[in-house]
Design a binder for this molecule. Structure first.
Ligand code: FES
Length: 580
């Protein structure tokens, strides 16, 4: 049987590898054929990469091989040629010092893997927190047709007759043990009750928020975000996405057609409506930077400020993602934004239709899960961006997860120089602290930790917890898990390790938090602040080699998305030179 290359009806990108009879074309095809691939797969049909973050070390994505098979069915059906490949998978619960340190590395892996191989389009299989932004960032920098399929959330956790939310109850139970309200044995028993099926965190944590952002941006098919991982409809979603990407290649529908400023504004408003994670701020800024859309931290406040939080999910509310799906999921929320006149209805989605066309027929099946506006969890949801002499470039707080009585608060600073200092002293009953104080932690930002860790929701001191107090104002340059809650000021920029004013806060300083007026103020004079900053010397450990050094030297502030300076921008899909 002699293979005769077809007439290549349309010169796809992959034709530069497979579309001819030269020695190099034969070389590229021949080696691929060692996998048992028939000739006609090389006849000029779109070659679709399935970029898979499957890994047993990313337990939330451990079921993605099955979904990849479903995607392949869809690609074959639509006349495409699927090729699955692995990329660095950033497992939130396992990777140290923090998965965030590797988001940019994973995005580089994705970008180069797509650009350097014979792909015409790509399906992004994602789920756990950083896997979603890293793949979107990498794909945006290449700008080939791309569609995301998220892995879906775990089923509800249940323990002692109550819903148990991923992460949210880990923090709650841990504090309850410290306060003497729960035994250690019960805590151990709850371990498996929190994670009883494949999938991502079942709260509106970072994974669910980023799945929702992906859908609101238009980068996934409508309804994708909430389908539980084990629901048969998750497989259907993967199947349909496989079909769809082939047509997207034929139509040349690229991320730059979808990821417009209006799409980002839709996503920011959606994040307010779902009570989404503060991590979405950083990731959306980074994705926007890759595709060249000018979205700033201030836009998060301006665009999202007046959006009520109507999704009654933990950590802000009561239910979990499974119930969100049964209630109608994200299309209902986006439809509400459209009806309220705060949705750009005509943004394009991967479906080739506008976002409004995708959601206009959505129905709410449970008004206790997706609430009417008059019963909103918070009238002004979204993300509050705070500015002041303590955060000249901004800091963020999630009002829906905060205690209303602490949103305007002045207190005495109790300062921890870094996470180790915090861990060493927080349980000491001799620590001079009470519930009116403000806990301040330094050196947990991008350069300081390094990696911008999720330690901003510092647990309260046991002596305060024992009084029945469950929240205090906390300020740091860290991030916070999307599953966490509290009156927690995060991402304070510039970070302490970069010489931001946070670095010179001292024990006993008074700090003023005023969320309604978006103010974060260190109550010392300008002269005193300048004198302290002039004397400041960095105290964090600076990595000397390896990826940690690359990260430290090139990472940007949280206020702009914490991307590497040299990665910002779209470098396109031009085929690299061949060395053979
Ligand atoms: Fe992976 Fe929450 S830890 S989704």
């Amino acid at each position: 049987m002699v293979f005769k290359p077809a007439s290549w009806p349309r010169k796809l990108r992959s034709a530069q590898w497979f579309g001819g009879t030269s020695r190099d074309h034969i070389y590229h095809r021949s080696w691929m054929k060692n996998q048992g691939l028939p000739d006609d797969l090389f006849d000029g049909r779109p070659v679709i990469g399935i970029c898979n973050t499957w890994s047993q070390l990313t337990p939330c994505n451990a079921h993605l091989r099955d979904l990849a098979e479903r995607v392949k069915h869809g690609i074959y059906e639509a006349g495409g040629f699927p090729v699955e490949f692995p990329v660095f998978s950033t497992g939130e619960s396992t990777l140290r010092p923090t998965a965030m340190m590797f988001r940019n590395l994973a995005s580089m892996d994705v970008e180069e893997a797509i650009r350097g191989t014979p792909l015409d389009g790509v399906v992004l299989l994602v789920g756990c927190d950083k896997t979603t932004p890293s793949l979107l960032m990498g794909a945006a920098s290449v700008n080939l047709p791309a569609i995301a399929v998220t892995g879906g959330p775990m089923l509800n956790g249940w323990f002692q007759g109550e819903r148990v939310g991923s992460g949210t109850h880990l923090w709650k139970f841990s504090e309850a043990v410290k306060a003497g309200e729960m035994t250690q044995e019960e805590f151990l028993e709850a371990e498996v009750a929190m994670s009883r099926s494949p999938g991502t965190c079942n709260t509106m944590g970072t994974a669910s928020s980023m799945a929702s952002m992906t859908e609101a941006l238009g980068m996934a098919l409508s309804g994708n975000a909430a389908i539980p991982a084990v629901d048969s409809r998750r497989r259907v979603m993967a199947h349909l996405s496989g079909r769809r990407i082939v047509q997207m290649v034929k139509d040349d529908l690229k991320p730059s057609d979808i990821l417009t400023r209006e799409a980002f504004e839709n996503a920011i408003r959606t994040n307010g409506a779902i009570g989404g994670s503060t991590n979405a701020v950083i990731h959306l800024l980074a994705i926007a930077g890759r595709i060249g859309v000018d979205i700033t931290l201030d836009d998060w406040d301006k665009v999202g400020r007046d959006i009520p939080t109507i999704v009654n999910l933990m950590p802000s509310g009561k239910y979990l993602m499974e119930e969100f799906f049964y209630a109608g999921g994200l299309p209902v929320v986006i439809k509400r934004l459209g009806e309220a006149g705060v949705l750009h209805r005509d943004t394009t989605t991967v479906a080739g239709e506008t976002i409004w066309d995708q959601v206009k027929d959505a129905k709410n099946w449970n008004e206790d899960v997706i609430l009417p506006v008059e019963k909103a969890l918070t009238k002004q949801g979204g993300i509050a961006v705070l500015k002041g002499n303590l955060a000249p470039k901004g800091a963020v707080l999630k009002p829906s997860a905060a205690s209303p009585h602490l949103l305007q608060h002045k207190g005495r600073a109790v300062v921890f120089e870094d996470i180790d200092d915090y861990k060493a002293r927080i349980n000491d009953d001799a620590l001079d602290i009470d519930e009116t104080c403000i806990m301040v932690m330094k050196n947990c930002g991008p350069k300081g930790y390094p990696g911008l860790s999720e330690v901003g929701n510092m647990g309260l001191p046991p002596k305060v917890l024992k009084k029945g107090i469950t929240d205090m104002v906390r300020i740091s340059d860290a991030r916070m898990s999307g599953t966490a809650y509290g009156t927690v000021v995060l991402h304070t920029s510039p970070e302490a390790a970069a010489g931001g004013p946070l670095a010179v806060v001292q024990n006993g300083d008074m700090i003023e938090l005023d969320v309604p007026n978006r103010r974060l103020h260190l109550d010392i004079s300008d002269q005193e602040l300048k004198a302290r900053l002039d004397e400041w010397v960095p105290t964090h450990e600076v990595p000397e080699s390896g990826y940690a050094k690359l990260f430290h030297d090139h990472v940007q502030g949280a206020d702009t998305g914490a991307d590497f300076d040299f990665l910002i921008g779209c470098r396109g899909s031009d085929v690299p030179k061949d060395s053979h």
